[in-house]
Design a protein around this ligand. Structure first.
Ligand SMILES: NC(=O)c1ccc[n+]([C@@H]2O[C@H](COP(=O)([O-])OP(=O)(O)OC[C@H]3O[C@@H](n4cnc5c(N)ncnc54)[C@H](OP(=O)(O)O)[C@@H]3O)[C@@H](O)[C@H]2O)c1
Length: 305
């Protein structure tokens, strides 16, 4: 059907790629907005000049320069890139939606739980306020502001926790040390670690696209609240390895800059209240199950493929 076209900003990345596979399997015609040309890609400048492709029924943004790319120093220039790659892409898609004659029905933007100030004692759901007190919470506030689109287009903002998937994010960064039995908790390990399995995040985006009553902010996290210590135990158990080597917070602060290291050394207690009120069903609501699914050295053929 010609009306089932979906445009994904950053559709070439870890989340975007799996989302594209899921949506294609469900009969959508998926196009990406990306910096490099490819058959299924349009560029950001084409988007700006020519607007949304005809018959686009939904737009999703999953673009953003990885801030945990440890080959890049936490310099003012890199921080600017982290910021612009999220705010500008989100705004470019919102502008194209607002200018379109034939409007899509929904705009979904994947942001992060970094919107909530890290805390050991506060409990956050989607109704909690965001303070904008640190680099990441300030960034998310600006990022989400850039997403505003005119009604009747529905806006859904998914504040994602750390995404558990074999080929990207936290698991990709930690796999090798854990695989060789050199893993361990970070700092005290008591910091909360909001998480979601990649399949559930992409299923939640699909759910938001297809259900016309879904709008506003959703916390893209599993209902099970865990700490870094809980994750460490689960992941090591899934790999059948010990996890005896804690990484001191001071070392991470020294290596990566405290402002960036806080992503690992601090956390938030986040509940997906609205997601559950909407009746979304998780495939992985337990961290042991999620870790089992990613505990393999070589890429597995995914059930979607
Ligand atoms: N992974 C997680 O655990 C996690 C958790 C919470 C939130 N998120 C958010 O979800 C989004 C996607 O994450 P991901 O893990 O899929 O990241 P990823 O694998 O690094 O993919 C990000 C995509 O963004 C595009 N991109 C990178 N730098 C860009 C730039 N300077 N300008 C324009 N586009 C750029 C890239 O597309 P091209 O190279 O094709 O242009 C890339 O495909 C990010 O905004 C991230 O902050 C991720």
């Amino acid at each position: 059907m010609s009306t089932r076209k979906i445009l994904i900003g950053g559709g070439t990345g870890f989340i975007g790629r799996r989302l594209g596979e899921l949506l294609s399997k469900n009969g959508y015609d998926v196009k990406n907005v990306a910096r490099m040309p490819a058959t299924n890609n349009i560029s950001w400048s084409i988007l700006e000049a020519s607007g949304l492709p005809k018959n686009t029924c939904a737009v999703v943004n999953c673009a953003g320069q990885q801030f945990m790319d440890f080959t890049k120093a936490w310099s003012p220039g890199f921080k600017q890139n982290v910021q612009n790659s999220r705010v500008y892409t989100t705004k470019a898609l919102a502008k194209a939606i607002n200018k379109a004659q034939d409007k899509p029905k929904v705009y979904v933007v994947v942001t992060g739980v970094g919107a909530y100030e890290p805390s050991d004692s506060r409990r956050y759901d989607e109704g909690s306020s965001t303070t904008g007190s640190d680099f990441f919470s300030k960034l998310v506030i600006e990022w989400e502001k850039a997403a505003q689109v005119d009604p009747p287009v529905r806006l859904v903002i998914i504040r994602s926790g750390a995404v558990i998937g074999r080929s990207g994010g936290m698991i990709k960064n930690m796999f090798i040390p854990f695989y060789f039995g050199l893993g361990g908790r970070i700092g005290s390990g008591e910091q909360f670690l909001p998480w979601i399995h990649l399949d559930d995040l992409t299923r939640l985006i699909h759910f938001a696209i297809e259900n016309d009553h879904v709008k506003g902010v959703l916390n893209g996290v599993a209902p099970q609240v865990i700490t870094n210590k809980d994750f460490t135990k689960s992941f090591a158990k899934a790999l059948k390895r010990p996890a005896l080597f804690p990484v001191p917070e001071t070392i991470l602060n020294f290596l990566f800059n405290p402002e960036r290291a806080m992503i690992m050394t601090k956390g938030q207690h986040v509940i997906p209240k609205r997601v559950q009120d909407y009746g979304f069903e998780y495939k992985y609501s337990n961290i042991d199950e999620a870790c089992k699914e990613v505990a393999h050295l070589f890429p597995k053929k995914h059930p979607l493929e």
